[in-house]
Design a protein around this ligand. Structure first.
Ligand SMILES: Nc1ncnc2c1ncn2[C@@H]1O[C@H](COP(=O)(O)OP(=O)(O)OP(=O)(O)O)[C@@H](O)[C@H]1O
Length: 478
């Protein structure tokens, strides 16, 4: 019998000292190869991360994230109370009815983890009896467990929730967007999108609204940030001073200015913000008395459009024959509070007239091609009951950094309660970041493009001749 290695003999029969000595070079070579492979992988990973971050993400980052998600799923569900049960939580024990926590909780299924350029997406299948709310509340816990920047939970589908996993904050980057799309597409009104009103009753192919989408920045999921007046006819923009409100409005105006659209400015801070757009505006109010007059004239114009639609049996201006169809009007109100503030009896009447007409425009305007963009540093219930009625009409919401919780809640809380936290966490050091309405995603973070005052002025100068004249309104003297 071959002399055995005493310690090994019982556990590894056949492994002898001689054999072990014979294997040593092979084991050594295998170890060297293994170390070389690991070193090479680390080097390739670092190089890719530096030179081609996207390839690095697909080759290394995403498989590691998926592994982390799968491994932590059980603990995450247990700790964040995301589990369901396949047994009733109440039962009978002798004469007693007992209620308790399930000993064998059932995990919701984490499925379809797919790589995306911004991170990943996944779907969670809910068990019967589960609701999406705990998953929405657990978004922060998921982000921590998986070591990612943020997890967005979309709970609008039945029986499942969709996760958007962002590995890093794509909005914090030194790079600026190329100027080609900052200043808008060509002024041809040919580009069209479907209009929600046409789904109700479409008449002729020409009854399609003009493209009223302004590309104003980048969303955190990598898509363009678009303010589309066809999808959401009216918008509320809240942002503290120096948060990037004017820059955002400039970016939108630069896009609408290139199309046959009438732009009207209401800037009761003496026209300081909107005056640079004056050459392209069809009217500009610089105080509340002027604002009340302009808004009254626009209500009259809205009523005229109503009559026109009635006469032609149309449900919106896009169904009118092209020859009689009026141009869309975008009314930009900068500093909403200035319309509502009241210091005297005379102020009260003027404020009431201005704000009532603004509300009427928001109520009636959508189908008649009159759109309202309302901006302010603060939006509060102390403005009066009219402000919540106005807010109810403004389906598009944008919340830049603001200074008080009430403004965040007023801007987002009624439609997207789970967006309130995200808006409160906007970093004051990074300008132009906002939480915004996003058609298919509910809400999303986004950052506006930076359009310098010179670039903005150049677009206004180049498009000044396109400013339509509206009935009852006088264009501002530039
Ligand atoms: N998207 C952006 N990227 C980079 N810088 C930006 C962006 N948006 C705004 N800024 C910068 O932030 C500063 C404030 O922007 P802006 O004037 O638009 O803010 P605001 O909210 O209108 O302030 P105010 O109410 O005081 O006029 C400006 O210096 C501007 O250059």
């Amino acid at each position: 019998m071959t002399p055995g290695f005493p310690g090994f003999a019982p556990e590894f029969p056949g492994v002898t000292l001689d054999r072990l000595q014979a294997w040593l070079p092979t084991i050594g070579r295998a170890a060297v190869v293994l170390v070389a492979v690991v070193v090479a992988l680390v080097a390739v990973s670092r190089l890719l991360r530096w030179k081609a971050p996207r390839v690095h993400w697909y080759v290394f980052g995403f498989p590691l994230l998926r592994l982390r998600m799968r491994r932590s799923w059980r603990h995450l569900c247990l700790n964040a109370q995301l589990t369901g049960t396949d047994r009733p939580t109440t039962g009978q024990l002798g004469p007693l009815l007992v209620k308790g926590q399930p000993i064998m909780p059932v995990l919701p299924l984490l499925r379809r983890i797919r790589p995306r350029s911004f991170g990943a997406t996944a779907v969670i299948l809910l068990h019967p009896g589960q609701v999406p709310e705990p998953f929405v509340n657990a978004a922060e816990a998921m982000a921590h467990a998986w070591g990612v920047h943020a997890v967005r939970v979309d709970a609008r589908l039945r029986g499942r929730v969709r996760l958007t996993i962002l590995t890093a904050d794509p909005l914090i980057s030194e790079e600026t967007e190329p100027a080609t799309w900052q200043t808008g597409p060509s002024p041809e009104p040919a580009a069209v999108t479907s209009h929600p009103l046409d789904a109700i009753e479409a008449t002729t192919p020409s009854a399609v609204p003009m493209d009223l989408a302004a590309k104003v920045g980048q969303r955190e999921d990598g898509q363009r940030w678009v303010i589309d007046l066809v999808t959401f006819p009216h918008w509320l923009i809240a942002g503290a001073t120096q948060s990037g409100k004017s820059t955002l409005i400039n970016a939108a105006v630069a896009q609408w200015a290139t199309r046959p659209v009438a732009l009207v400015g209401i800037d009761c801070k003496g026209g300081m913000e909107l005056a640079p757009h004056a050459p392209r505006l069809s009217a500009l109010a610089t105080d509340r008395a002027e604002a009340a007059d302009i808004l009254a004239a626009l209500v009259a114009e809205t009523q005229r459009r109503m009559g026109l639609c009635r006469q032609h049996g149309a449900r919106n201006i896009w169904q009118l024959p092209p020859l009689v169809r009026p141009v869309p009007v975008v009314v930009i109100v900068d500093e909403l509070a200035e319309l509502y503030l009241v210091a005297s009896r005379a102020d009260k009447d003027e404020a009431l007239r201005a704000t009532t007409n603004l509300l009427r425009l928001a109520q009636l305007g959508a189908a008649l091609g009159v759109h309202v963009i309302v901006a302010g540093q603060r939006v509060g219930s102390d403005f009066g009951p009219g402000v919540t009625a106005l807010r109810a009409q403004l389906a598009g919401r944008i919340c830049l950094r603001v200074n008080d919780e009430e403004t965040v809640k007023m801007t987002l809380g009624d439609l997207y309660p789970d967006a309130v936290d995200a808006a409160q966490q906007i970093d004051p050091a990074v300008k132009g970041i906002a939480v915004t309405t996003a058609d298919e995603a509910g809400w999303i973070r986004a950052r506006s493009v930076y359009l310098s005052p010179e670039e903005s002025a150049a677009v206004i100068a180049a498009t000044a001749h396109l400013a339509p004249v509206l009935p009852g309104l006088t264009p501002p003297t530039a």
